[in-house]
Design a protein around this ligand. Structure first.
Ligand SMILES: [Zn+2]
Length: 212
């Protein structure tokens, strides 16, 4: 990966999302960019990034990206598919990066989590926990995250080490799992009270005759 394309390395240095990122990569390499993580204002333009990433990178415009058949979006931001990117996904100001090679084989919920985490940086800034929670909230409100998916995400993230920007994987799992439970619980209470008040006030149907 550090193949002498210095300009690409330089561009990657500013990436925000790198995020999930640190993973099992060698500590030295992780250090290389984790120090720069967190800048929401610095980064290449998408044109420059595409130029530097080379012919394998592919631009997917807003509205055209599907993950395992499910359309996804991050506001109106485009995504660059780059199989040479250091991490599963990344975020520069104004666009997202997905490493198609690295996410292959992950479950759909984990892929959507990766994408949504990077999208979270676009809205929430550099905070890794906020980006994680943004992804979980999206999963619940958009209906792609269930208990099985939550455990898939935990299994995936728990193998990652932490760094200066990222809490250790198991901790991220716990934080997200707790938030997921809260969201599901709130949703349950909302629908229960909604259906209770609906049935209380629901007009009785006109019956043909007395109930039998
Ligand atoms: Zn991140």
């Amino acid at each position: 990966m550090r193949d002498g394309r210095a300009s690409l390395g330089l561009a990657l240095t500013g990436a925000l999302g790198l995020a999930l990122c640190v993973g099992q990569a060698s500590a030295a390499r992780a250090q290389e960019w984790s120090g720069e993580e967190g800048s929401t204002s610095a980064g290449p333009t998408i044109e420059d990034y595409l130029k530097e990433a080379g012919p394998d990178a592919k631009l997917v415009n807003h509205g055209a990206l599907k993950i395992d058949g499910r359309p996804v979006n991050c506001g109106t931001r485009p995504t660059v598919l780059n199989s040479n990117f250091d991490s599963w996904g990344g975020a520069f100001p104004g666009f997202l990066i997905l490493n198609t090679k690295k996410i292959t084989g992950l479950s759909t919920a984990v892929k959507l989590y990766v994408y949504s985490h990077e999208c979270g940086h676009q809205f929430e800034g550099p905070d890794e926990t906020k980006a994680d929670l943004f992804a979980i909230r999206r999963g619940v409100t958009r209906g792609w995250l269930d208990a099985v998916g939550m455990e898939d995400i935990c299994t995936f993230i728990s193998t990652l080490k932490g760094d200066s920007a990222h809490p250790p994987g198991p901790e991220r799992c716990e934080t997200m799992r707790k938030y997921y439970r809260e969201l599901v619980e709130t949703e349950k209470q909302r629908t229960t009270s909604a259906s209770a008040s609906a049935s209380a006030s629901a007009p009785k149907a006109q019956a043909l005759g007395p109930a039998q």
